[in-house]
Ligand binder design. Structure first.
Ligand code: AP5
Ligand code: MG
Length: 347
């Protein structure tokens, strides 16, 4: 990569900007291989990347001030879905650099969702979790000299349980990144289908608009499809599924055919008035038809109390039920969940 970049830039003095923390080893080795005039700086973005529903990524260490008029080349350790990159591209597009390019050591081309085409990459890798040579697993392993693929023999499958607005989707964003899990929200899959006007979407809409559950046969098949689509997942977060006794039994049966099981059901508990306030607030911006009317929200609670709440006993009998206080800041609740999930992974 250093020679490819040198071929394009050796006659000027580019500014390389490493993205912390992950890129520090790569940047050091890259610069040893790039023996032409250049400047070097670093940028650091908050790791809360994707945690908030607004997707705001905070800059902790900003671009250097002397960026004006320069040719900037971002040095990333890894590009996967491209969330961080999107923020970087956006930030750079708003500065007066001469031009900017993106170079990454590892590139997960199959999962990259960004619109920006990567300019230089070292190695294309499949969608696996890697650690070492600057890359971390929960902040550990950055000092390993080689790069390792995480061996997820201990697959964990979590069910996130809780009333509408309890924070299932919000907390799933965090859990999936920390534990390298695939997040499946049946509500999100329905909304995706509604947006694209599919047959499934049209059917689901007629129930969701009223705050009612979509029939089991439809939902169960859809969930199974989502699992089958992800054969390399290190585990799943089921968000909003199961919601009925029939769905819970179907899930157990289906996972058993794949030598898998539900390891834990974690319930986020919060009072109705708090949930109503959260949902109405979201309804102002989300466009979700089921968030804008108190009567529909209350109907979702009734559906939950009648059909979903009894699953608590189902999972208690299997000794898999954990209750977590869902009131507090997002970070406080994340910490409570981490405590529970960590006991599972270290068991
Ligand atoms: P679904 O999309 O699953 O909706 P839901 O269960 O009603 O839950 P929400 O997504 O509204 O809430 P959440 O717990 O994810 O909370 P969030 O993190 O978003 O299902 C929608 C519909 O699809 C169903 O009604 C049904 O019709 C159908 N459906 C889905 N699955 C089905 C199934 N299995 N069977 C049959 N039908 C099915 O947080 C909510 C808001 O609060 C956000 O704005 C968030 O920013 C905010 N917030 C979160 N945490 C906090 C906090 N700690 N403090 C302050 N604000 C917070
Ligand atoms: Mg949700």
């Amino acid at each position: 990569m250093a020679s490819a970049i040198a071929a394009d830039y050796k006659d000027e003095t580019p500014l390389f900007i490493g993205v912390l923390n992950g890129s520090f080893m790569f940047v050091a080795d890259f610069l040893k291989a790039y023996q032409h005039p250049c400047e070097i700086s670093f940028v650091k973005l908050s790791s809360y990347n994707g945690l908030t529903s607004t997707g705001i990524v905070e800059t902790l260490l900003d671009f250097p001030e002397n960026i004006l008029g320069k040719s900037v080349i971002i040095l990333e350790d890894i590009v996967d879905t491209g969330n961080t990159l999107k923020t970087l591209v956006h930030l750079l597009a708003n500065t007066s650099v001469k031009e900017f390019k993106i170079a990454t050591l590892f590139y997960k081309a199959a999962v990259y969702k960004g619109e920006y085409a990567i300019d230089y990459f070292g190695i294309k890798i499949p969608d696996v979790f890697i650690v070492g040579y600057g890359l971390d697993y929960n902040e550990l392993g950055r000092n390993l000299k080689e790069v390792y693929q995480l061996n997820q023999n201990t697959m964990i499958n979590l069910v996130l349980f809780g009333k509408p607005g309890a924070g299932k989707g919000t907390q799933a964003q965090f859990l999936k990144e920390t534990y390298n899990l695939k997040h499946i929200s049946t509500g999100d899959v329905f909304r995706f289908n509604i947006k694209n006007g599919t047959e499934l979407g049209v059917l689901a809409k007629s129930y969701i608009d009223k705050g009612e559950l979509v029939p089991d046969e439809v939902t169960i098949n859809m969930l199974e499809d989502e699992v089958v689509k992800n054969p390399n997942a290190g585990g799943f977060i089921f968000d909003g599924f199961p919601r009925t006794a029939a769905q819970a039994k179907a899930l157990d049966g289906f996972l058993a055919t794949k030598d898998m099981q539900v390891n834990a059901t974690v319930a986020l508990e919060a009072a109705d008035d708090v949930l109503i306030a959260r949902l109405l607030e979201r309804g102002k911006v989300s466009g979700r038809s089921d968030d804008q009317d108190v009567n529909k929200i209350r109907h979702r609670f009734t559906e939950y109390n009648q059909k979903t709440a009894p699953l608590k006993e189902y999972y208690q009998e299997q000794e898999k039920f954990y209750s977590v206080n869902g009131i507090g800041t997002i970070e406080e609740i994340t910490a409570r969940l981490t405590k529970v999930v960590t006991t599972l992974t270290s068991a």
